[in-house]
Design a protein around this ligand. Structure first.
Ligand code: SF4
Length: 246
């Protein structure tokens, strides 16, 4: 058989396998697994995407500016019926597995578009629903643009830890993290971070998420991030794959 023929036969075999068993759950024998001692691993970390839209249009955003445009067909925000159902299911899960800790991250899009009062209500409901012996950590990852004084105080008072995305110095940040009208967001994000750094708000300051483009000056970026005095920093590269390299 030629190389081309071999590859064609292999592709045919893979296609036949996909058709016969497109998802392996049909091959799982859970009772047999349990009898052999297997136990499911309970979920401790949950990401709730409470708002599907964003007030920024970052050029590397894998939600809005790249291939997967499925967000267009989804509701703009999580309905009360859905978030209450999610809280109820999480409580059942925590009870059933005797969880001693749970972490919930409020995410988006931009979660602040959900409204800070509703975020506080949701956080309170999560805490009230989970068992007494279960430590609950509630965090939020925001682009920081809507963090004014009143919002930061409400988030702090509802025990929501705030992580902020900022990409180093103003020029680098504003090259990528822009509003739909093209305006950079660094000034607004810096103002939000200055609020979180205040002693009375520090307990609500979770840290910084910093996306580092390959053409970024790493030292300038690092020094700028340190100037925001974050308790924790996550650095990451822009989303990339073979078709779309950074
Ligand atoms: S802030 Fe986040 S969700 Fe919004 S456009 Fe930028 S990367 Fe995407």
């Amino acid at each position: 058989m030629t190389l081309g023929g071999t590859l064609t036969a292999a592709a045919d075999a893979r296609a036949a396998h996909r058709t016969a068993a497109s998802w392996p759950y049909t091959e799982l024998d859970v009772p047999a697994l349990r009898a052999g001692g297997w136990r499911p691993t309970p979920v401790h970390d949950v990401v709730l995407k409470v708002h599907q839209r964003c007030n920024l249009a970052c050029d590397y955003c894998y939600v809005y500016t790249q291939t997967d445009q499925s967000w267009r067909d989804r509701p703009a925000q999580m309905s009360e019926e859905v978030w209450r159902a999610a809280v109820a299911r999480l409580a059942v899960h925590a009870h059933r597995h005797g969880l001693t800790s749970v972490r919930v991250i409020l995410h988006g899009g931009e979660p602040m578009l959900f409204g800070v009062a509703r975020l506080g209500e949701l956080a309170d409901e999560i805490r009230a629903a989970l068992p007494a012996g279960c430590a609950v950590e509630i965090g939020m990852q925001t682009n920081g643009v809507l963090l004014d004084e009143a919002a930061v105080h409400q988030l702090r008072d509802h025990g929501i830890l705030v992580g902020v995305s900022v990409d180093g110095v103003a020029a680098d940040h504003d090259r990528h993290r822009r509003a739909p009208n093209g305006r950079g967001s660094f000034a607004a994000v810096r103002a939000g971070l200055d609020l979180l750094r205040r002693p009375e708000n520090r307990a609500a300051y979770a840290g910084i998420l910093c996306t580092v483009a390959p053409d970024t000056d790493p030292v300038a970026c690092y020094e700028q991030v340190l100037a925001f005095e974050p308790p924790l920093v996550d650095f990451l590269l822009p989303h990339a794959n073979w078709q779309q390299q950074p």
